[in-house]
Design a protein around this ligand. Structure first.
Ligand code: MG
Length: 284
């Protein structure tokens, strides 16, 4: 009995001791997070920002994750994606892609890019994703063939629904809401920043997926798009899924969907495709 009592109190002491230790580590952790190389950063006597969680210049606020931002592309070579990007195409293989009926992707891969072959079919990512920063590079055929919508037509269709048009609009007119970098059938780009046929062009897209509750739209999708580094859509409210000669409308869907590259019968090329999942402030 005595032995048991003894070991019990020892256990209590141990538990109490480790509790103190955890608490101490917690306090040290907080203190350390407010220090940068032993130096205290920020302020703890400033007013709280709206939301009441962080003070102005709060040194205990989580330090943003450190990532390698990668490099920009040139005409000669694709850049390096940010270290936290999900790479969908790095110029070597189509392992992240399939056809619309789940068959192996048929697009031609050579010289660090993929190209839409005859009857290549739509290309779809195997993995779905939602809110994202999406980077895509494309080149329309050189020499160009056809006119209007028949010249270098493809499309970056997010969640298989919301299309940022790919088209050769270098000295080629078409209806404005269907030209290169338009949100197809909804908004023309703010400017036509197209490069010449055969030249590599970039889309940098920030996409917020629509939200549905009980089968009803509660928040539309939003698109911010840079074409060749130039802003062409500034937080544009998406009106619904892409439609041809019809009004766009929403139908409820999951919070994630696959990315689709359209085969419109023209041998458009793509390279360096990646996305980063969007996260909020102060998230690990
Ligand atoms: Mg298209």
């Amino acid at each position: 009995m005595q032995r048991i009592g003894h070991s019990c109190s020892r256990r209590h002491a141990l538990a109490f001791g480790s509790g103190i230790l955890v608490l101490a580590l917690f306090v040290v952790g907080i203190a350390a997070s407010a220090r940068q190389g032993g130096r205290k950063v920020g302020y703890d006597d400033t007013p709280f920002l709206p939301g009441g969680k962080w003070r102005v210049h709060d040194g205990t606020r989580p330090q943003p994750r450190v990532i390698d931002p990668g490099t920009l592309s040139t005409q000669e070579a694709p850049g390096k994606p940010p270290s936290d990007a999900v790479v969908l195409f790095d110029g070597t293989d189509l392992s992240k892609w399939q056809t619309d009926n789940g068959q192996p992707a048929r697009w031609k891969v050579e010289n660090g890019y993929m190209e839409i072959p005859k009857n290549g079919g739509t290309l779809i990512t195997k993995e779905p994703f939602g809110d994202c920063q999406l980077h895509v590079e494309f080149a329309t055929p050189d020499p160009p063939q056809g006119i209007d919508q028949g010249r270098g037509n493809s499309g970056v269709i997010i969640m298989g629904r919301y299309e940022v048009q790919v088209l050769d609009n270098y000295q080629n007119e078409t209806y404005p809401d269907g030209q290169c970098a338009s949100i197809y059938g909804q908004y023309p780009p703010l400017v036509n920043a197209s490069r010449k046929p055969g030249e590599w062009q970039t889309y940098d897209i920030v996409f917020t997926a629509p939200r549905f509750e009980d089968g009803k739209l509660v928040k539309p999708a939003y698109l911010t798009v840079f074409h060749n580094g130039v802003l062409v859509h500034n937080h544009a409210e998406v009106l619904g899924a892409m439609a041809h000669r019809a009004l766009p409308r929403y139908t409820p869907h999951d919070s994630k969907g696959p990315l689709v590259l359209q085969d419109h019968g023209n041998p458009v090329r793509y390279r360096n495709i990646w996305y980063r999942e969007l996260k909020g402030y102060d998230e690990p």
